[in-house]
Design a protein around this ligand. Structure first.
Ligand SMILES: Nc1ncnc2c1ncn2[C@@H]1O[C@H](COP(=O)(O)OP(=O)(O)OP(=O)(O)O)[C@@H](O)[C@H]1O
Ligand SMILES: [Mg+2]
Length: 375
C-alpha cells in the first residue's frame, strides 16, 4: 500500500517538474515569437542612392528613378554621392548608410574561375587559337614586345560562330595559359535579371576585373546588349542602351596594355552595332565555324581518349558526323558510352557510335524544325 503511495508521489512530482519545464520552454517560445512579430511589424526601409549631398540634406534617387530633396538623419555616417542609403518610405528621410559588401552583387552574378581547360583540349581551330594567342595572350604575358615595336594591341576580341563550336573553350583556355581570372558574364542575363542595374553592374564587373587582374572578361551572347537598335522607344530598350553605353565607356577607359582583356561572343554577328567593333574596342573579329573533317577527327579523338574500343572505322563515323558542332561530337561520344553501359559492356562498339550519332542528328533536326517554326 505505502509502496504504491510512494510511487504515486514520485510520478506526481516527476510530472509536475516536467510540466514546469515544458511551461518554461513554451513561455520562451512565446517571447521569441512576440519579438519576431515586432520585428516583422517595423516598416521596410528603401534602398536609395545619394546623388548629391548638401550638409544635412541630400538629393536621393529612389529605385524607380525619381529624385527627391530630403533630410539626412544626424546620426548618419558621412555620405558621399554614389553611396547607398536606407530611407524611410513615408517621408524619404535618410536614416543610415547602407554599406553593402563591396562588389557583392557583381560577384554573385558573374562566374569567377581559374579554368583548367587548355588549348590541347580544343580540336581544330588552329588559326583561331593562334589569333587569340596573339591578341589576348601576348599582350598579357609580353607587353614589352608591343612597346618595343610601338604598336598597341587590341583591347579585346569578338568570337562569332554557331553554337557549340568551342568559343567558351577558347576563352577559358587563354585564361588558363595566361593564369588569368576568367570572369564570365551572360549579356542577356545582365539586361533581363537586373533591370535598372545593368550599367552599374557593367561598371562593377570592370572594377572586379581590375581587382583580380590579370583577368579576362568573357561576355557571352553579347548581341543581347550590342544589337543594332532601330528605336529606343520603350524603357526596356533605353535600359539596354544605357548598359551598352556603359560597356563601351568601360572598354574605352582601360589601357590596351593593361592586364584586363575582353572577349565577346555571339552567334549573331549580323545584328551587332558597329560601335562595339570600332578600332580600340573589340576590333579583332575571329570566326569560329563548324569543324571540317580534320577538325571533327581531332575533336572525336579528344572526347574518346578515355574510352576503350577497337575495330572502329573512325573515318566512317566522321562522315556520319558531317555538319556536327564540337558540342554535338561530344554528345555523340557520351551517348555511345551510354549504349555500352546499358548493355553491361565497358567496350564501346562502332554500332554504339552509329546509334548515338543518329540520336544526336535527330535531336539537331528537331531543333532546326523548332527554329524554323518559331524563328
Ligand atoms: N573545338 C572543340 N574541341 C573540343 N571540344 C569541343 C569543341 N567545340 C565544342 N566542344 C565541346 O562542346 C562543349 C561546348 O563548347 P563551347 O561551350 O565552347 O561552345 P560555344 O561555342 O561557346 O557555344 P555557345 O555559342 O552555345 O555558347 C565543350 O565543353 C566541349 O566539350
Ligand atoms: Mg559559349
Amino acid at each position: 500500500m505505502s509502496n504504491s503511495g510512494e510511487i504515486a508521489n514520485i510520478v506526481y512530482s516527476y510530472s509536475i517538474n516536467e510540466l514546469e519545464e515544458e511551461n518554461k520552454l513554451l513561455k520562451e517560445t512565446i517571447n521569441h515569437l512576440k519579438n519576431e512579430i515586432d520585428r516583422f511589424r517595423t516598416p521596410p526601409l528603401m534602398v536609395c542612392e545619394i546623388k548629391e549631398i548638401d550638409g544635412n540634406n541630400a538629393v536621393i534617387k529612389v529605385p524607380n528613378g525619381n529624385q527627391f530633396f530630403v533630410c539626412v538623419s544626424e546620426s548618419c555616417d558621412p555620405l558621399r554621392a554614389g553611396d547607398s542609403v536606407l530611407v524611410d518610405q513615408k517621408n524619404l528621410n535618410v536614416l543610415r548608410k547602407y554599406s553593402k559588401n563591396k562588389s557583392f552583387s557583381v560577384e554573385k552574378f558573374v562566374i569567377l574561375e581559374k579554368p583548367t581547360v587548355t588549348f590541347k583540349n580544343i580540336g581544330g581551330l588552329e588559326k583561331q587559337i593562334l589569333e587569340i594567342k596573339e591578341v589576348v595572350e601576348l599582350p598579357l604575358t609580353k607587353p614589352y614586345l608591343f612597346k618595343k615595336v610601338g604598336i598597341t594591341p587590341p583591347k579585346g576580341i569578338l568570337l562569332y560562330g554557331p553554337p557549340g563550336t568551342g568559343k567558351t573553350l577558347l576563352g577559358k583556355a587563354v585564361a588558363n595559359s595566361t593564369d588569368s581570372t576568367f570572369i564570365e558574364v551572360v549579356a542577356s542575363e545582365l539586361v533581363q535579371k537586373f533591370i535598372g542595374e545593368g550599367a552599374k553592374l557593367v561598371k562593377e564587373i570592370f572594377e572586379l576585373a581590375r581587382e583580380k587582374a590579370p583577368s579576362i572578361i568573357f561576355i557571352d551572347e553579347i548581341d543581347a546588349l550590342a544589337a543594332k537598335r532601330l528605336d529606343v522607344g520603350t524603357s526596356g530598350e533605353r535600359e539596354v542602351q544605357r548598359t551598352f553605353m556603359q560597356l563601351l565607356a568601360e572598354i574605352d577607359g582601360f589601357e590596351p596594355l593593361g592586364n584586363v582583356k575582353v572577349i565577346g561572343c555571339t552567334n549573331r554577328r549580323d545584328i551587332l552595332d558597329p560601335a562595339i567593333l570600332r578600332p580600340g574596342r573589340l576590333d579583332r573579329l575571329v570566326h569560329v565555324p563548324l569543324p571540317d573533317k580534320q577538325g571533327l577527327g581531332e575533336i572525336f579523338k579528344i572526347h574518346t581518349k578515355d574510352m576503350s574500343f577497337d575495330h572502329i572505322k573512325v573515318d566512317k563515323l566522321l562522315n556520319l558526323m558531317d555538319g556536327f558542332s564540337g558540342a554535338e561530337v561530344r554528345a555523340a561520344c557520351t551517348e555511345a558510352g551510354y549504349f555500352a553501359i546499358r548493355d553491361d559492356r565497358s567496350d564501346v562498339t562502332e554500332k554504339d557510335f552509329i546509334k548515338a550519332i543518329d540520336k544526336v542528328s535527330e535531336e539537331e533536326d528537331s531543333e532546326d524544325e523548332y527554329v524554323n517554326m518559331f524563328g
